[in-house]
Ligand binder design. Structure first.
Ligand SMILES: NC(=O)c1ccc[n+]([C@@H]2O[C@H](COP(=O)([O-])OP(=O)(O)OC[C@H]3O[C@@H](n4cnc5c(N)ncnc54)[C@H](OP(=O)(O)O)[C@@H]3O)[C@@H](O)[C@H]2O)c1
Length: 255
């Protein structure tokens, strides 16, 4: 991917991986970036005239339709915004599971469908348009303390596979980014070894430049996918051990 030839729109641009990706797009020479945030006031000022901040809650149909009317020059869509509900899956309230699904699956689907006319119009055979869906290594196997979240990311991965096939003839490429633990607000309070969002973003853009369709931007996800490729039950075994470790830590007597 040649970033200077693209106008990007990224959701959840104001913090975490989204902010790191936005900064990295600017340093990689992106032509223009729509930084979409639920609350534009929360977007840090990056002092760059190529950036346009727009209001977008990806679960709000009116706002989704409004950005589709405004961002008609988009050729690179990054579906980054996401939320997470934690807790034992067998007793997670269904409303929480549905919230994860609404934000992590139906949200990116709505944004993608709304921007499809723009992506198709701006796709060229010699410079394809692109959709980048930020899923998770948890899309490949389910860590039960994040059961509803992993299911929503598996749905997003599945959507990406469908669109990759369907849109190839329209010169639209579909990428997935599948991080392991990244050091953002989302993982605050968890004990996993974490990669910094800036490193994950830099690795993601390097992989996009190389044209890698499925991106694993940190050491943990790279290890886990290599286990999965050998034997998908192997990743389930890693998550089973992590579940046992989490449970042991929760039950440990305070020192
Ligand atoms: N951190 C990790 O370990 C990790 C691992 C694998 C995958 N991921 C994925 O990476 C993406 C970014 O995660 P992160 O770690 O950067 O999380 P984060 O620090 O919690 O940031 C989440 C971002 O998503 C936005 N967002 C949430 N719901 C939204 C909605 N309905 N509409 C628009 N924006 C919304 C948030 O906006 P507000 O500021 O307004 O809340 C925020 O900008 C997510 O899809 C996440 O699932 C993260």
């Amino acid at each position: 991917m040649d970033f200077p030839q693209h106008t990007a729109l990224i959701t959840g641009a104001n913090r975490g991986i989204g902010l790191a990706l936005t900064k990295a797009l600017l340093t990689h020479g992106i032509k223009k970036v729509y930084a979409a945030c639920r609350n534009p006031a929360n977007m840090p000022d990056l002092a760059d005239s190529r950036m346009e901040v727009i209001a977008l809650d990806i679960t709000n149909e009116e706002q989704v339709n409004a950005i589709a009317k405004r961002a008609t020059d988009v050729s690179l869509l990054i579906n980054n915004a996401g939320i997470i509900a934690a807790g034992p899956f067998s007793s997670t309230p269904r409303a929480e599971v549905m919230r994860d699904m609404d934000t992590n699956y139906y949200g990116p689907l709505a944004v993608t469908q709304a921007l499809m006319p723009a992506l198709k119009a701006n796709a060229l055979a010699e410079r394809p348009a692109a959709i980048v869906n930020v899923a998770s290594i948890g899309a490949f196997a389910n860590l039960p303390v994040l059961g509803g979240y992993c299911a929503s990311k598996a749905a997003l991965l599945s959507m990406s596979q469908a669109l990759r096939i369907e849109l190839a003839a329209d010169h639209i490429e579909v990428f997935t980014v599948n991080p392991g633990p990244i050091d953002t607000d989302m993982t605050a309070g968890s004990d996993f070894d974490k990669t910094s969002p800036d490193v994950a973003a830099a690795n993601t853009l390097d992989a996009l430049e190389r044209g890698e369709l499925d991106i694993f931007p940190d050491a943990a996800s790279q290890h886990m996918i290599s286990v999965f490729k050998e034997d998908y039950r192997g990743l389930e075994a890693i998550f089973s051990q992590m579940t046992a470790d989490i449970s042991a830590a929760e039950n440990a007597e305070p020192a």
